[in-house]
Design a protein. Structure first.
Length: 219
């Protein structure tokens, strides 16, 4: 029986790809580095802010990287107008909360999770939030998923993780949880996820199917 549903933020609860790319590009340029190439900006959507800065700047000095990372964490001049919220997210979250324990597992810092709550006012529906600044090892390490599962007092195979990247898939597999790929940017065959949807409204149905056919959809 599925008892808990965990969500990633970027790419799932918020479509922040365009906003994050623009913000990072501006941060990098203002710091005196070359304008990031489009192919590199595409790569950073699914990795941590610190790793994004390392990739985009090609900087090797740890002190400079840390300084720029701390500056970026402040989210000053962030293009919030570019953020989009998935259609019908509120109705779907409320519906799921009536049957499952809900949680958030994200590579964002807690301040970034607060942005999601600011846009949706859904904070009361999530029993646990695991952000990057409260764990040591980011995804694809399963630490954050284990943390959330433990807090919700369920077993790994009683949880479903909704993510949008290969790192999410790997972390879910390592944790022993089920996985659903929700994405408008990745095609299903690329990740070979157990289930895949572009429509947030499909999630209750897919989670219900996993509950009935556990062995078939378990990764």
């Amino acid at each position: 029986m599925i008892k808990a549903v965990l969500f990633d933020v970027d790419g799932v609860l918020l479509d922040s790809k365009e906003a994050n790319a623009k913000y990072l590009e501006n941060i990098i340029i203002r710091a005196g580095y070359r304008k990031p190439e489009k192919k590199d900006l595409e790569k950073v959507f699914h990795i941590s802010l610190l790793d994004s800065i390392k990739l985009l700047t090609k900087e090797r000095n740890k002190t400079k990287i840390t300084k720029l990372w701390k500056q970026a964490e402040l989210k000053e001049n962030y293009p919030f107008d570019l953020i989009r919220v998935p259609e019908d997210i509120k109705e779907t979250i409320i519906k799921l909360s009536k049957k499952y324990k809900l949680g958030i597992v994200t590579s964002r810092a807690m301040a970034g999770v607060e942005e999601f709550f600011h846009y949706t006012r859904l904070q009361n529906y999530f029993e646990v939030v695991v952000a990057s600044d409260i764990i040591k090892n980011p995804k694809p390490d399963p630490e954050s998923l284990f943390f959330a599962i433990s807090k919700l007092k369920v077993k790994p195979n009683e949880a479903v993780y909704i993510g949008d990247s290969r790192n999410d898939l790997i972390a879910s597999k390592k944790a022993g949880a089920f996985f659903i790929l929700y994405s408008n940017y990745f095609e299903y065959p690329l990740l070979k996820a157990g289930m895949w949807t572009r429509d947030f409204r499909n999630l209750p149905r897919l989670i219900s199917i996993i509950g009935r056919k556990r062995s078939y959809f378990h990764i």
